[in-house]
Write a protein that binds this ligand. Sequence first.
Ligand SMILES: NC(=O)C1=CN([C@@H]2O[C@H](COP(=O)(O)OP(=O)(O)OC[C@H]3O[C@@H](n4cnc5c(N)ncnc54)[C@H](OP(=O)(O)O)[C@@H]3O)[C@@H](O)[C@H]2O)C=CC1
Ligand SMILES: CC(=O)N[C@@H](CCC(=O)OP(=O)(O)O)C(=O)O
Length: 310
Amino acid sequence: MAAKIFIDGEHGTTGLQIRTRLAARRDIELLSIPESERRNEKMREDLLNSADIAILCLPDDASKQAYEMTAANNNVRLLDASTAFRVHPDWAYGFAEMDRAQKEKIRSARYVSNPGCYPTGAIGLIRPLRAAGILPNGYPVTVNAVSGYTGGGKQMIAQMEDQSRPDAITANNFLYGLTLKHKHVPEMKVHGLLDRAPLFSPSVGRFAQGMIVQVPLFLDGLKEGTTIEAIHAALVAHYAGQDIVRVVSLEESAALARVDAEELVGQDTMKLFVFGTAGGAHVNLVALLDNLGKGASGAAVQNMDLMLSA
Ligand SMILES: NC(=O)C1=CN([C@@H]2O[C@H](COP(=O)(O)OP(=O)(O)OC[C@H]3O[C@@H](n4cnc5c(N)ncnc54)[C@H](OP(=O)(O)O)[C@@H]3O)[C@@H](O)[C@H]2O)C=CC1
Ligand SMILES: CC(=O)N[C@@H](CCC(=O)OP(=O)(O)O)C(=O)O
């Protein structure tokens, strides 16, 4: 029997992309709410409780409300794209490649939290180095990133694309999160296995989709004797045996003149690079992804498939 899937928020940016990815699937039955009724609480509650898996593509408060609406129903499982439950102990974190046990946790969980786009890149780079003992306690980790403007959802898309709006954004590239209190920091700390919160500085560029996340490191602050080759080898070992996260070879990285934030648009994979020079003092770890691919909707479909395979 086809599994019943309801995307609460299906008319928003993340929801629409999930719907597109699922449109041709015969193994699932998509339950749908008309766009004009998207905030009709009674209809949402009925649809949520009719689903086998409800994928929540909503702001945090509405996700929490959907959780309440389904709390008494043991049939429905939730996959939430918001920030609401990403460090909650009862929720499995939906980054299957982050360690060997995670796939199984997602497969068997009732509640799965889809990672944030920036944390997918940051955790993807940091966690393997913490797990391998390369990145010591107390290291002051910094994360710098640029996102396509769809990362800001319907509102930012309108602000970037419609210059006649009173709240139009005219900048081609801007920094934000200037208070250094971005909602993704707790998730980077917990799932990055860090003992200190990272300093996170995000930015947006005038391109719809795509993302670069950078974690620059001083080698003399890492485990004694750590080289660029050792860092690369730790990432390669961590991601062996799967094809979603690809660690680019040192030779290929060294031959690049630039990294294009839009390279992986439309793909649900992520590339990791280690930049620097053999014998040098610094490395720059870089993650490249589509904020709506592995950063949101692509990861959600991957997690849904894992949940359905239980
Ligand atoms: N865009 C991205 O790159 C990523 C987004 N996310 C997260 O996914 C979630 C959705 O984001 P995104 O798709 O970008 O946002 P959008 O604003 O594009 O879409 C959100 C959708 O949810 C609807 N909605 C808002 N409030 C309610 C409510 N109370 N009840 C029912 N429906 C409601 C909106 O309707 P209306 O039009 O009426 O407001 C809209 O259709 C957020 O938590 C976001 O942080 C996660 C990773 C990446
Ligand atoms: C460009 C932009 O505004 N991006 C969003 C994050 C997008 C995302 O991943 O949001 P969730 O954490 O809700 O999943 C932001 O910085 O708030």
